[in-house]
Design a protein around this ligand. Structure first.
Ligand SMILES: C[S@@+](CC[C@H](N)C(=O)[O-])C[C@H]1O[C@@H](n2cnc3c(N)ncnc32)[C@H](O)[C@@H]1O
Length: 255
């Protein structure tokens, strides 16, 4: 596994226990994904990046299925989701979304708030379509590159670097990937603005929902003094700790 993915995996492992207390936005995004899945019945479903099972709970409330496989590359996350679902039709797989081989194919592959962590998304989506049955669907939510743009501009000014979220994909690229790989695709866009009372609260939320750093150079610690200066810059530029979450819902159908 590439170093960058090891870092992401480690970060989710490390903060798994705190995820449920900080995932307010991921919950809203999970509702958007559920709302956009109109079909009520699927035989075989694969969920990628299950985490603690926040989206899964909503999925199994709404959808009738025969078999559901929950997967994640974080062992800690998988252990937490295992305690939530005691259903003989649900299996658990600790696997990397970038490199899995399964004998099964699926009617629905679904993922909430995970795919922005996948580099070279087109290659991986192309591969995943091989695991879809005829009429099968991939349905995901994705945090776009405008997510945390306010923080990015402050980090840029102060540390002369960019945060990982600035490298998430933009709208047209995502649309193109789905257009290239599916017979039919659907796209919708949402913006969530959240206000935090101080910068530390915001950074804590990012950390506990999986962010693995702010693009700061290796071995460089962010000190209390840095945080104070960053917060001052943030208030100066935006008047408050206002944070943009740039969300896409994408569905692709294979005929
Ligand atoms: C922000 S959490 C979302 C969890 C859950 N889907 C939810 O709605 O709360 C992202 C999850 O994706 C997983 N993930 C990220 N990259 C992955 C990869 N390459 N393979 C498998 N899981 C991955 C992480 O371990 C983490 O549990």
């Amino acid at each position: 596994m590439k170093l960058i993915y090891k870092k992401i995996q480690k970060s989710f492992d490390k903060n798994a226990n705190k995820y449920d207390d900080y995932c307010e936005i991921q919950k809203i995004v999970a509702d958007l994904l559920i709302k956009n899945i109109s079909q009520k019945q699927f035989n075989d479903i694969l969920e990628i990046g299950t985490g603690t099972g926040l989206f899964t709970e909503k999925l199994i409330d709404k959808i009738i299925f025969e078999k559901l496989i929950l997967s994640d590359f974080s062992k800690k996350m998988m252990l937490l989701s295992k305690t939530k679902f005691l259903n003989k039709n649900i299996d658990f797989l600790c696997m990397d979304a970038l490199n899995f081989s399964l004998k099964k194919t699926f009617d629905l592959i679904v993922s909430n708030a995970s795919y922005q962590w996948i580099n070279n998304l087109e290659k991986h989506i192309k591969r995943q379509t091989q695991f879809l049955n005829k009429n099968g669907m991939l349905a995901i939510t994705y945090f776009g590159n405008q997510t945390f743009f306010e923080l990015n501009s402050i980090i840029n000014k102060y540390f002369k670097t960019s945060i990982p979220a600035s490298k998430f994909l933009e709208k047209e690229k995502l649309k193109q990937i789905f257009k290239n790989n599916f017979s039919e695709y659907f796209f919708s866009e949402y913006k969530i603005i959240k206000k935090y009372s101080n910068l530390m609260d915001f950074l804590r939320t990012i950390k506990n929902t999986g962010e693995y750093g702010f693009g700061i150079k290796k071995n460089k610690m962010i000190t209390k003094n840095d945080i104070l200066k960053l917060e001052k810059l943030y208030f100066k530029r935006y008047k408050k700790i206002k944070v943009t979450y740039n969300i896409y819902v994408l569905k692709g159908k294979k005929y």
